[in-house]
Design a protein around this ligand. Structure first.
Ligand code: PEP
Length: 256
């Protein structure tokens, strides 16, 4: 086991308004708090953050936002700023492939958001991942390299233990077709090597790397057993009542 704390985050996407989110968080909490040695993070929609914050308050389960803008305030209709999240959320998912695909987010925007997150004591979970056509055309390494350099440059090198990078192959998200452990391990290794190039070996050694893409209770342990992978970013299976089982399996795999 490395000295990096494993981390399992549940991305609820555009599901569960405040009342439903509060009730669901409360229903899984008693199980989730028993899994010590893994950081568990719940990421509800922005409007449900205060309700879930109230449920998680005083527990070891963390709260994450799914997105934010990088400006602090102003004429940005519909956006949520880092200042608004500061003190409410612990983490913020940035550059999820759905943001990149449906809302035109670029590496440059994701990078500005990551810089803003650090400036406001929010821990960024920055997502990278190739499309199927990139993988089929042998471009995975090129795409990941460009996303990692573009999205993760200029972060405070003495605070990289606050950074999480989620490797999420786009073709594995919500499809039931997870990456093979070898493919996930290869790309996680590539991400680590790139981070070493960018920040140095010692600084980069504390960065946590997750795998995401059709993670369930059936495969979470396999991914968690990979040395370069520190846990998972979970979509669909994070809305199930047995979400804590993914955290539990992650812990067991890391201890083995
Ligand atoms: C995600 O939303 O980040 C994700 C990985 O979704 P799923 O687990 O459903 O594939």
């Amino acid at each position: 086991m490395t000295n990096r704390m494993p981390i399992v985050a549940g991305n609820w996407k555009m599901n569960l308004g405040p009342t439903e989110a509060r009730d669901f968080a409360a229903s899984i909490l008693s199980d989730l708090v028993t899994v010590r040695g893994v950081e568990s993070v719940l990421c509800p929609p922005a409007i449900s953050l205060p309700a879930v914050h109230a449920v998680l308050s005083g527990t070891n389960v963390k709260l994450g936002a799914q997105n934010m803008y990088y400006e602090e305030k102003g004429a940005f209709t519909g956006e949520i700023s880092p200042t608004m999240l500061q003190g409410l959320a612990d983490y913020v998912i940035l550059g999820h492939s759905e943001r990149r695909t449906h809302f035109g987010e670029t590496d440059d925007m994701v990078n500005r958001k990551a810089v803003a997150a650090f400036a406001h004591d929010l821990r960024p979970i920055v997502c990278v991942g190739e499309h199927l056509e990139d993988r089929d055309a042998g471009r995975t390494e090129r795409v990941i390299t460009s996303q990692v350099y573009g999205s993760l440059k200029g972060l405070p090198s003495n605070r990289l233990d606050e950074l999480v990078v989620a490797y999420e192959p786009v073709w594995a998200i919500g499809t039931g077709r997870a990456a093979t452990p070898k493919d996930a391990a290869d790309v996680a290794g590539l991400i680590r090597a790139l981070l070493v190039e960018m920040y140095g070996a010692v600084e980069a050694s504390v960065i946590r790397v997750q795998y995401g893409g059709s993670v369930t209770t059936a495969n979470a342990a396999t991914f968690a057993a990979i040395p370069d992978i520190d846990g998972s970013l979970v979509g669909g299976a994070s809305l199930r009542p047995d979400f804590a089982e993914i955290a539990r399996q992650t812990l067991r795999a890391k201890k083995a």
